[in-house]
Ligand binder design. Structure first.
Ligand code: CTP
Length: 221
């Protein structure tokens, strides 16, 4: 029998990739979209765990929060939480790269009088693609932030990441309370929500179901 309460995992905010104890590579993500999704899911009665990168936002009521810093920490938390989940909303702006080495004490490149320095970077794993590989019947919603014409790129990402939906937005959404998004489905569907509050977009997102859910199975011949 199906559980009455849906278990939902939401990721939100940036990841910070440390160079040394006090410096890191980060990004402009505020975490607002993910926090609104967590709030909307909890409001509709879902059991929600919010895996949050470093942001200063209050935890929505009824939500269990797991704080992480780096992409690799987020992956560890995600693997653990997704194992018992029914749905994932991957709103975090995960850093694609991290410094190859994290120095144990402060980076002192300028001490020798250098005018240039380089930081070697290595690729982070793709978190959503990693967990979506064995997602089975679970709903997976990814996000894409594109500048310019993003539709074709977002469609390719939807495919590459193995998600059910991808939510396309642009850089104007960063730190803002409003956004325009296009929700692209694996089934070819497309829904544009123009200049809405993140809260209203979140309410629409938590009502998404897997594109093939509820269809009658095709009888085998
Ligand atoms: N994502 C992830 N692991 C990464 C990078 C991204 O799980 N290492 C997820 C994000 O949480 C988001 C989606 O993948 O759901 C975004 O995809 P990405 O290819 O990183 O696109 P953008 O960051 O939007 O843009 P760009 O292609 O410019 O990096």
């Amino acid at each position: 029998m199906a559980r009455a309460q849906r278990r939902v995992v939401v990721t939100a905010g940036p990841t910070f990739e440390h160079i040394d104890p006090v410096r890191f590579l980060g990004n402009e993500s505020s975490g607002k979209m993910g926090f609104e999704i967590a709030r909307a899911a909890a409001d509709r009665g879902d059991e929600v765990v919010l895996i949050a990168g470093p942001v200063h936002l209050p935890t929505p009521p009824g939500v269990r929060r797991v704080d992480v810093t780096s992409a690799r920490e987020m992956l560890a938390a995600l693997r653990e939480e997704f194992a018992q989940a029914d749905a994932l909303f991957m709103a975090a702006a995960v850093a694609d790269w991290r410094p190859a080495r994290r120095l144990r004490s402060k980076w002192r490149a300028k001490d020798g009088g250098a005018e240039r320095a380089t930081i070697e970077l290595v690729r982070n794993p793709d978190l959503v693609a990693t967990v979506a590989r064995r997602k089975g019947e679970r709903l997976v919603v990814a996000f894409a932030l594109e500048t310019g014409r993003g539709l074709a790129r977002a469609r390719r990402k939807l495919e590459a990441k193995g998600a059910d939906f991808i939510v396309l937005n642009d850089a104007s959404a960063l730190r803002a309370d409003r956004s325009t998004v296009t929700i692209l489905g694996r089934d070819g569907s497309s829904l544009r929500l123009e200049d809405r509050t993140k809260r209203s977009i979140a309410k629409r997102l938590v009502r998404l179901a897997r594109p093939d859910a509820g269809r009658f199975p095709v009888p085998r011949r």
